[in-house]
Design a protein around this ligand. Structure first.
Ligand SMILES: *[C@@H]1O[C@H](CO)[C@@H](O)[C@H](O)[C@H]1NC(C)=O
Ligand SMILES: *[C@@H]1O[C@H](CO)[C@@H](O)[C@H](O)[C@H]1NC(C)=O
Ligand SMILES: *[C@@H]1O[C@H](CO)[C@@H](O)[C@H](O)[C@H]1NC(C)=O
Ligand SMILES: *[C@@H]1O[C@H](CO)[C@@H](O)[C@H](O)[C@H]1NC(C)=O
Ligand SMILES: *[C@@H]1O[C@H](CO)[C@@H](O)[C@H](O)[C@H]1NC(C)=O
Ligand SMILES: *[C@@H]1O[C@H](CO)[C@@H](O)[C@H](O)[C@H]1NC(C)=O
Length: 362
C-alpha cells in the first residue's frame, strides 16, 4: 500500500497545476504558456490619441484593447489636479488623468476576464511610488494587478497566462523608475525584469541592442521600441515626431524596416522573440502587427479586422507635403510657424520646445 500522505500531496500538486481557463488571450495554447514566453503588441504612448504633433495613436485605449493591443505604454506627469498622462509636457499633449485612463482599463478587463494586459508606466518626473499607489486603489485597477513575490522574477518563475486568468490578476504593471517592491509590489521594477532597445530611432534599420536595463539581458524579458521618428531641430533643441509617411512600411509584417525585420534583428542577436513590441499608430497597417505576434506565438492569426482610426493615420499623405494637423494645438496663445514644408507648429509647442522640454519627445 502507498502511504496516504504522498498521495494527498500528489493530488494537491495536480490540483494546483490544473488551469481552469480554456482560452487565454484568444488561444487555448497560450493558457499553459509562461507570461515571460509570450509576445504582445503594444501601443506606444497609448493615451496620446489624436492628430496633434505629439500624438502617437488614432484610437482610445478601449478601442486599442478591442483591436488586440495588450501592452499599454504610458507617460505620467504631475499636474495641478493630479497625475496626468502627457507626452513630454502637458502643455504639448495632455491625455487626461491617469485615474480616468485606468478606469477605462478596468472596465475593459472586468468584461474580458480571459485576457492578460500589460502596463508599462514611465515616470520621467520621478514621482514617488506612493503617488501611484493611491491612484491604483481609487481607479479600481489594484484589484486586477498581479503581485509577484519578489522584485526580480526569473524568466522561468513567471506565472502562466492561465494562472493569471484563474486568479483574476490579469493586469501586469511595470514602472521604469522609482519602483519600490516593499511599499508597492504591484508596480514591478521594469529594468530588473525587462530590457528595452533604443527609442527615438530615426533609422529604419533599427537594431536590437540593449539601451536600458539594470539587470542581465540574457535572463530578462525584453521590449522593442518599433516606431520610427523624424527628428527636427528647433532653436537648438532636437525633438522627434512619428514618421507617419513610413507607417505602412514600419508597421508591416515583413520587408526592410518592418516589424518582422526588427524582430529578425533581435532573434539573431538574442535567440528568442521580444515580449513586447511597441508601435505608433498600430492601426495603420490593418492586422499586420497582430499577425506577426500570432506567428511568433505559434497560434492562428486573429479573426477580427483592425481598421484605421480617424486620427492622423487616416489623413496621412505621402512625401514632404505631409501635414501635422493643428487641431490639438489650438490651446496655444495663437500663431504658428512653418518649420518645414507642410509642418506647422503652434506657438504653444514652440514655447514648450524652447522651454527645454523638447529633448525627450519619446
Ligand atoms: C473610445 O472610442 C470609441 C470609438 O472607437 C467610442 O465609442 C468611446 O466612447 C470612446 N471612449 C472614451 C472613453 O472616450
Ligand atoms: C504636483 O503638483 C502639485 C500642484 O502643482 C504640487 O502641489 C505638488 O507638490 C506636486 N507634486 C510633486 C510630487 O511634484
Ligand atoms: C538609448 O537611446 C537614446 C535615444 O535614442 C540614446 O540617446 C542613448 O544614447 C541610448 N543609450 C544607450 C546606452 O544605448
Ligand atoms: C507605402 O506607401 C507608399 C506611398 O503610398 C507606397 O509607395 C509603398 O509601396 C507602400 N509600401 C508598403 C510596404 O505598403
Ligand atoms: C518562447 O519560447 C520559445 C521556445 O523556447 C522561443 O522560441 C520563443 O522565442 C519564446 N518567446 C518569448 C517571447 O520568449
Ligand atoms: C483651430 O483653430 C483654427 C484657426 O483658428 C480653426 O479654424 C479650427 O477650427 C480650430 N480647430 C479646433 C479643433 O478647435
Amino acid at each position: 500500500m502507498f502511504p496516504s500522505i504522498p498521495l494527498a500531496a500528489a493530488a494537491l500538486a495536480l490540483l494546483s497545476s490544473t488551469i481552469a481557463a480554456d482560452t487565454c488571450n484568444g488561444h487555448a495554447e497560450l493558457c499553459s504558456r509562461l507570461y515571460s514566453n509570450v509576445t504582445f503588441i503594444g501601443a506606444h504612448d497609448s493615451y496620446a490619441v489624436g492628430d496633434g504633433l505629439a500624438d502617437n495613436q488614432d484610437k482610445n485605449v478601449t478601442a486599442q484593447l478591442n483591436d488586440g493591443i495588450r501592452t499599454l505604454q504610458l507617460q505620467a506627469h504631475n499636474a495641478s489636479d493630479g497625475v496626468h498622462l502627457c507626452h513630454t509636457s502637458c502643455s504639448l499633449q495632455d491625455g487626461g488623468l491617469l485615474e480616468d485612463y485606468f478606469k477605462s482599463v478596468v472596465t475593459w478587463v472586468s468584461s474580458n476576464p480571459n485576457d492578460v494586459v500589460t502596463i508599462v508606466l514611465t515616470n520621467p518626473e520621478n514621482l514617488a511610488v506612493s503617488t501611484y499607489s493611491s491612484i491604483l486603489t481609487s481607479s479600481g485597477i489594484a484589484d486586477y494587478m498581479y503581485q509577484p513575490s519578489s522584485s526580480q522574477i526569473a524568466l522561468s518563475d513567471w506565472p502562466t497566462l492561465g494562472e493569471l486568468i484563474d486568479q483574476k490578476k490579469t493586469v501586469v504593471a511595470f514602472l521604469d523608475y522609482q519602483a519600490d517592491f516593499t511599499s508597492e509590489p504591484r508596480l514591478i521594477d521594469e529594468f530588473s525584469n525587462m530590457w528595452e532597445d533604443a527609442y527615438n530611432v530615426v533609422d529604419a534599420s533599427f537594431g536590437c541592442s540593449v539601451n536600458r536595463t539594470s539587470g542581465s539581458p540574457s535572463s530578462q524579458m525584453y521590449l522593442i521600441n518599433h516606431y520610427l521618428d523624424t527628428s527636427y531641430s528647433l532653436g537648438g533643441t532636437e525633438f522627434w515626431i512619428p514618421n507617419q509617411d513610413q507607417l505602412n512600411v514600419t508597421n508591416s509584417e515583413s520587408g526592410d524596416g518592418s516589424i518582422g525585420f526588427h524582430v529578425g534583428n533581435c532573434v539573431s542577436l538574442w535567440g528568442r522573440n521580444p515580449n513586447h513590441i511597441l508601435l505608433d499608430f498600430y492601426d495603420a497597417a490593418s492586422n499586420s502587427p497582430f499577425n506577426v505576434a500570432a506567428s511568433l506565438n505559434g497560434v492562428s492569426a486573429p479573426t477580427n479586422t483592425v481598421t484605421a482610426g480617424s486620427g492622423a493615420t487616416a489623413s496621412v499623405t505621402s512625401g514632404s507635403t505631409a501635414k501635422v494637423s493643428q487641431s490639438s494645438l489650438n490651446s496655444s496663445a495663437g500663431g504658428e510657424i512653418q518649420l518645414m514644408k507642410g509642418l506647422w507648429i503652434g506657438a504653444g509647442v514652440m514655447f514648450a520646445v524652447l522651454g527645454g522640454v523638447g529633448r525627450v519627445l519619446m
